[in-house]
Ligand binder design. Sequence first.
Ligand SMILES: [Zn+2]
Ligand SMILES: [Zn+2]
Length: 504
Amino acid sequence: MPVTMDTLVSLSKRRGFVFQSSEIYGGTGSVWDYGPLGVELKQNIKRLWWRDFVQSRADMVGLDASILMHPMVWTASGHVDKFTDPMVDCHECRHRFRADHVDARPWTHYCPATKGNKFVIPAGEACGHCGARRTLCPECGKGELTAPRQFNLMFKTFMGPVEDEAALTYLRPETAQAMFVNFDNVLQSMRLKLPFGIAQAGRSFRNEITPGNFIFRTREFEQMEIEYFVNPHDTVEGRPADEWWHDRWIADCMAWFRRYGLREENLRLREHEKAELAHYAKRTVDIDYLFPIGWSELMGIANRSDYDLKQHSKFSGKSLTYFDEERKEHIVPFVVEPAAGVDRALLAFLADAYQEEEVRGEKRVVLRFHPELAPVKVAVLPLLKKREEIVRTAHGIRAALSRHFRVVYDDTAAIGRLYRRQDEVGTPYCVTVDVQTVGDRDKGESGDGRVTIRDRDSMQQVRVPEGELLPVFRGLLEDGDWGAVVARFGGVTADAGRSREGDP
Ligand SMILES: [Zn+2]
Ligand SMILES: [Zn+2]
């Protein structure tokens, strides 16, 4: 059965992935805080995206622009005029709704046919007693709604000490515009040849009227965007270069999500209809994911033509062109924009990783994160916390591995419980140190210097010399090939779960 949003929200809070913002004050509207494990997961997503789409490619460079930009940026981009939703207000309770969402919610009705009794009627349905349909405010059931007014989704703020019109600016609603505005700076400083792309990951802000569904739609969020510039006069495999690259980016982005664990059956492409396309877009394709709320957009890949560079050139009076050496002409590049939300990607990875299974009659919750995404890579667990050599050895392993990955030490419960805790947050490997590792001086026995690695997914265990841990984990975290470790070290045993020495 697919995981529900409630399950993910509760796991996220309980295990330190995501907290409601300002919770002790009752929370703030649709903003969330990433806890100790959430921040690791989020950083891993951004790091892998950067590594795969920027670091490892010769045709990509990065940018980290400011959130506050010149207000003209948003006039040129069309956000001041067009980044709006139609809103209606209730005269009575002052509740504000998106005009196009009013009929999509249950409505409150004081029914005249039943002495004014209050009913809450499902969205779009009529009253079963009097046959009335909703005309008043769906929230309070009493107030008239205003006519729709356009409401801009950008957060306004003031730059400097005077709060007047001249100081008005905005928190950026997207990271994309900074890449267009810096097009010439990047081109000149890096001496780039088309096609090339600029990537940026950072925060954006949208004063959404109906945000919600946990971290799916929030007012403050993080984006990972790429603007890939192409010469529209070029052809690749007989097709216009912008169209060829658009398809290539769609395929590459799909492959990226699959590579880090999203299941094929939970992903699909959705082509935007002509009527749905933004006026500047030549074509847009979404990658949809089967979230707990149903199929929804995970990311969009748009062919924005030369619209943005032309707009900024027009409004700034600066030339934003590229000199085509071959044809000896100045051209305005076309741009393909793969735009992903970090928070949405995190929600998708979390939902896809979540599994409940039965192990020896007990429920096991496990997050099957790709090892590179997992917030914690290795947990080091001493089998007996009263034995000083065991504890010292375990701390030593944690310290040594921590220089390379996120590693934790835990001795606050019995081993079975410790394994389950790590399963629940997706830690791919545990290391246990036991009496065999360190030996028993009282009995004159020396240890074998081997520790146990336990694999999250198969729950198999293999004993490995302590000195081999770093190279073994380096390999495992890269390719997750547990079979290779088993083949090399042998002696597989099953995770002993509850009935292990050291359990109370
Ligand atoms: Zn009625
Ligand atoms: Zn109302």
